[in-house]
Design a protein around this ligand. Sequence first.
Ligand SMILES: Cc1ncc(COP(=O)(O)O)c(C=O)c1O
Length: 385
Amino acid sequence: MPAVSLDARLRQRLAALDAQGLRREMPEIRERQGVEYLLGRQRVVGFCSNDYLGLSQLVPSGTAPAGAASSRLICGDLDLHREAEQALAELAQQEDAVLFPSGFQLNVGVLASLMSPEDRVYSDELNHASMIDGLRLSRAPRTILPHLTPPPRDAPTGRGGIRWWVTESIFSMDGDGASQGALQNALDDGFCLYIDDAHGFGLHAGGQGWPQAHGVRPTLYIGTLSKALGCAGAFVAGSTTACDWIRTRARSFVFSTGTSPRVVESILEGLALLRGRAGDEARRRLRQNLEHLAKALRLPEVPIAPIVPIILGSNERAVAVATELLVRGWHVQAIRPPTVPLGAARLRLTLSATHEPEHIDGLVAALRDVLGSNHRELASSAPTP
Ligand SMILES: Cc1ncc(COP(=O)(O)O)c(C=O)c1O
């Protein structure tokens, strides 16, 4: 018998998290129809998914088998995987692409495989947890940059001669991002640029991501297929050599079963929509919704992405405001550390093409009701480009 039972220890730790307002629970969702669903017993309209174009509700028509049967490197590399990778590379305007079962799995494996202790890595302080974990595994020396600050132009190069800038195009919890000029300058100065475009991919003309729409060609481009495309998985796109290396050395690719063929089939169906007229129409509706929200919240400008944070500070306040909104029928999840920095708990409003103008008006009225008359938090929440 161990001196302390595991359950006793975990109960104690969970109680400590409870006391700090940091215990997480999974909201039980039923009968989802776009942004409307049952949460527990309550019918709500959601403003917290990443289903920006409303494509997650598609029921795939395909008949592909469920499993890839092994790692792609053993006997799990199918025509569907290759077809998807070719289409994704083309969309990303890169030579090649590698598909992963999830964005988290991708960042952990790809960053760890590419960056070595001889390199020097510059990483934004608000980068996603999967990027932080991948960089830790790489053991490359890191400089953590203040949010949205580019690395200094004369930043030292590691012994291996490579300097990396690792960043998101659109930060998932803040809805902001580094400027096109700063990213291009870094490329011109010889930095290797790793851009995670999880929240930009698919939202620009023809289904492109943020860098392609802004004329930036990163060294490695990451797109997730779980947000605007509404399915699951992610891809890294870059040179043929970089992709060959990733297929050979990224441990979360090599030692993991290939993405389910059924999922890849859905990805291909989603891609056809994303690139075509349906995608254009969904992007137009999303843009309209974003303009409507900006006006209703009296933001100084239309946000650059369908993510609008309302910073509330303490965990307790964020949870209390989210609870009050829920009582009124609006589901906006409170976001707390470690997803955001300590003292920066917030509501993260996200929009979808499937929201109706009345949904937005109703949410904003409820927010004004709950936050009181001065709306200070609303005014301070507009992300700047
Ligand atoms: C910037 C960023 N990268 C990676 C991921 C992980 O993607 P996935 O949900 O496909 O694991 C997310 C999603 O939360 C994200 O916001």
